[in-house]
Design a protein. Sequence first.
Length: 135
Amino acid sequence: MDNIEALMIVTNTLAFFSAVVLVVYFVVRSLLRQKQMTHEERMLAIEKGVDIPLYPVSKKKEKRRLNPYVWPLIFLGAGLALTIGSLMEGDTEITKGLVLIFIGAGWLTAFKMLKKDNGTKKEYELDENEKESVV
C-alpha cells in the first residue's frame, strides 16, 4: 500500500466521522433550542398570569407519509446506474445492477396491483361457491 492509498483511507475515515459528529451536533442543538424556546414561552406566560398546565401538552404530530413510489424508483435508479457504469467500464458482469432494477420493477408492479383508486388494498370477494366451501 503506497502513501496515496493510506492517505485516502485516513481522509475518508475522518470525513465519515466528521459528518457523524456534525449530524449529532445539529440534532442536539435543535433539541436544546426547542427546549429553551418552550421555557421562555412558559416564563412569559407565568409573568402575564396566564394559567399553564404543569406539564406541557404535547401536540399530536401527524405522521408524514412517504410516497410509496419513492423506494422502488430509488432501486430502479441505482440499478440503472450500476448497470450503465459496469457497461461503460467494459465489465460484462451487470447482475448487481439488474438485481436492483428487477427489485424496483417488482415493487412498482406490486404497488400498482394492490392500489385501488383511494390508495388502499383491494378487498377480494369470494364467489358463492367459495363462500359455501369456507362455511
